[in-house]
Design a protein around this ligand. Structure first.
Ligand code: HEC
Length: 142
């Protein structure tokens, strides 16, 4: 190697390596961002709600006791002690979470340590149970 042979200085090679690395890194991270989300870390899909069906079921199964206005004064409530829940009671609404409401609708009063007069609904699919919970919550705004 004679003097004056054009060679890349070690400093220059280092810089080139760095440039190359950052280019590769940028390309890689871009690739990662474009990949579909890892299915193993995916959150469960949001629950499907069948509100139309729930409203029909509510009229058929719940209104006789809880009343069309949700006040707990349906025609079948007269002989009951304790009385069916008044859904318009904001204090009660604030005291229960959605999971509890869905649980008592599915299991009935006996399933959550409440009056067994509140019937269970084991035949209803989850989307109707969720819809009924939404109907019950809907009385909170009135
Ligand atoms: C035969 C009458 C009857 C029917 C029908 C009925 N319930 Fe009830 N429900 C009750 C009674 C009684 C209670 C009060 C239970 C207690 O306080 O121990 C109650 C309580 C509840 C509560 C509140 C539970 C609590 O902790 O305060 C919810 C929510 C509820 N019912 C939803 C429903 C829904 C939704 C339907 C229709 C799918 C329905 N109920 C049908 C009688 C009934």
């Amino acid at each position: 190697m004679g003097r004056g042979t054009p060679r890349a200085s070690p400093k220059c090679v280092k810089k080139l390596n760095y440039l190359l690395l950052s280019f590769v890194a940028a390309a890689c991270s871009k690739g990662a961002a474009n990949q579909p989300p890892d299915p193993s870390t995916n959150a469960p899909p949001p629950p499907v709600v069948d509100l139309d069906k729930a409203k029909t079921v509510f009229t058929q199964r719940c209104v006789p006791c809880h009343g069309a206005t949700g006040n707990g004064d349906g025609p079948a409530s007269a002989q009951l002690t304790p009385k069916p829940r008044n859904y318009t009671d904001k204090v009660w609404q604030a005291s229960v979470d959605d999971a509890y409401i869905e649980k008592i609708i599915k299991l009935g009063g006996a399933g959550v340590g409440k009056s067994p007069a509140m019937p269970n609904n084991p035949d209803l699919p989850p989307e109707v149970i969720t819809g009924l919970k939404d109907v019950v919550r809907g009385f909170n705004q009135k």
